[in-house]
Design a binder for this molecule. Structure first.
Ligand code: URA
Ligand code: SF4
Length: 207
């Protein structure tokens, strides 16, 4: 099946539970085939702050919850440092299925960045979450999330930490992805972590 996108699977109206249920059966692109399950966003519908990552990782794919693996632990540390309570935040991803490849002769599943086509295919779910939650501020974790909502030409390095606007006018900040903080060069890790914390603090200050 060609990637026709998620739109045909998105209910016309519905709360987050209805959306999450429907997303379990999404076949909007090929990524559902090899992943364990759809990892929908998590958090209260009343959340004033929404965080958008890239896509679930290995552990999120097994658990069915966003940001519960190593990147999630780093994010938790950053939220704590920024004095933001994760339980009050809605956390989701630009793409709802884990994209990976297997290293030859190994069971290990290696993350692959989703293609633009996959990001666009999955975006109706993200739009539906934005409509259901109506966050006051959105934090875009990494380039994939930022490009999903601000356009493919968006450059994170040029605009990180600026208060931007989503097309429907919601304030948004683009910041380093927790995985890039973890995987980045050791001498830049502290600075990247501080950038993430200061952007989360700035975002929560806009509420
Ligand atoms: N990285 C992401 O972008 N999202 C997750 O849920 C986990 C890791
Ligand atoms: Fe549907 Fe998104 Fe999964 Fe593709 S990645 S099958 S569009 S939920």
């Amino acid at each position: 099946m060609a990637a026709r996108g998620a739109q045909q699977f998105v209910p016309e109206s519905g709360d987050l539970t209805t959306l999450a249920d429907a997303a379990r059966g999404c076949r909007g692109c090929e990524l559902y085939r090899d992943a364990e399950q759809t990892v929908f966003g998590a958090g209260p519908a009343s959340a004033r702050l929404m965080l958008v990552g890239e896509q679930p990782g290995d552990q999120e794919d097994r658990a069915g919850q966003p940001f519960v693996g190593p990147a999630g632990r780093l994010l938790d540390k950053a939220l704590l440092a920024a004095e933001v309570n994760r339980e009050e935040v809605y956390v989701t991803n630009a793409v709802k299925h884990f994209k990976f490849k297997r290293a030859a002769g190994s069971k290990r599943r290696i993350h692959q960045t989703p293609s633009r086509t996959e990001v666009v295919a999955c975006r109706p779910w993200l739009f539906a979450e934005l409509t259901a939650v109506e966050p006051e501020v959105v934090v875009l974790l990494g380039a994939t999330a930022a490009k999903a909502l601000l356009g493919n030409d968006f450059r994170l390095t040029a605009h990180r930490g600026e208060v931007l606007r989503l097309p429907e006018n919601t304030p948004a900040l683009a910041t380093p992805h927790p995985s890039s903080v973890l995987r980045g060069p050791a001498d830049r890790r502290d600075a990247a972590f501080e950038a993430l914390v200061s952007d989360l603090r700035l975002a929560s200050g806009l509420l």
